[in-house]
Design a protein around this ligand. Structure first.
Ligand SMILES: [Zn+2]
Length: 149
């Protein structure tokens, strides 16, 4: 049995249902240890981990949110669905702005929800405010590769 890594995200494989751990700042595309399907990749980041989480070869959707923000909670199911749908093509990084004041300042997250798409660590697009699932998917889709890598 492998040691439990505290510094890891736990995600459920959408293919076989097995829970997998993904190390923080993992490279490439995380795959299920059982069925080798690409895993939906959602991680929590804060001021100390955000740089490592944004540094990845996959496009990143960063979701700046707070527990008291009702519109943030309203779009979180849509964000989760996109992570499932685009497993192997997208990484979602959730940033709680209350717990990450430096990141909130750096990325200008005065208004939340704030969604930012990063490629190779660089911001390429942002949307402020609650976006319904369909426009969110369309907006994100422009920045993803055609095929699963
Ligand atoms: Zn699996």
């Amino acid at each position: 049995m492998r040691p439990v890594m505290a510094d890891a995200a736990v995600v459920t494989c959408i293919n076989c249902g097995r829970k997998n751990r993904i190390a923080r700042g993992a490279e490439g595309i995380p795959r299920c240890g059982v069925c080798h399907q690409a895993l939906p990749w959602i991680v929590d980041a804060d001021d100390t981990t955000i740089d490592a989480e944004l540094r990845t070869t996959l496009p990143v959707l960063a979701d700046f949110w707070a527990p008291w923000c009702a519109p943030c909670l309203a779009i979180s199911a849509g964000v989760k669905k996109l992570a499932d749908e685009y497993a192997g093509r997208l990484k979602v990084v959730k940033v709680n702005v209350d717990a990450s004041p430096a990141s909130a300042r750096r990325y200008g997250a005065q208004s939340i929800p704030l969604l930012i798409i990063f490629r190779d660590g660089e911001e390429v697009s942002r949307r402020v405010g609650a976006i319904p699932a369909v426009p969110m998917r369309k907006w994100l889709g422009q920045f993803l590769s055609e095929q699963p890598a």
